[in-house]
Unconditional design. Structure first.
Ligand code: MN
Length: 151
């Protein structure tokens, strides 16, 4: 059973919500670089979602993955490039991204400023799936994607 929010206001300073723990992006290692997260809300019974803030340092990236659950993302800091499905998008603060089920996705910082975004997910969600060698080969058939992805 998810732990739900209470009424609260989280004060931020410099893209940090001070009383919220800074967490490792993921427990397993090797598929991402220079990224941390903060869980800002764990939703409510009638809004069973998590609101997370992720921040990727310059030259960093998230894991290349897909999964059944949807991501709703708003960039709030810096600039980056994001693979969604078969397209790479240049994005900046306040752009909004929707990533639907089973689309490959990866976030990468561009420029020398941290790249930060809010990501909302359902509380009940499946584990991310990383590409098999066969899926990676399929992805790499597109030269633009092939030169973009880091894994
Ligand atoms: Mn994901």
């Amino acid at each position: 059973m998810a732990k739900y929010m209470e009424n609260s206001v989280l004060k931020s300073k410099d893209f940090n919500w001070g009383n919220v723990p800074l967490l490792k992006y993921k427990e397993e290692d090797g598929t991402f670089r220079s990224i941390h997260r903060q869980v800002l809300s764990c939703g409510a019974p009638d809004l069973p979602c998590e609101m997370r803030y992720f921040e990727i340092a310059p030259n960093g990236h998230s894991t290349l993955e897909s999964h059944e659950h949807t991501h709703l993302v708003m960039i709030i800091r810096g600039r980056g490039n994001v693979l969604i499905g078969k397209k790479i998008h240049e994005v900046k603060a306040f752009d909004v991204l929707s990533i639907t089920s089973h689309e490959w996705h990866q976030f990468q910082t561009s420029g020398d400023e941290p790249f930060g975004f809010i990501c909302i997910v359902n509380n009940e969600r499946d584990r991310p799936h990383r590409p098999t060698p066969e899926e990676l080969e399929e992805l790499r058939k597109d030269p633009v994607i092939s030169s973009f992805i880091r894994c």
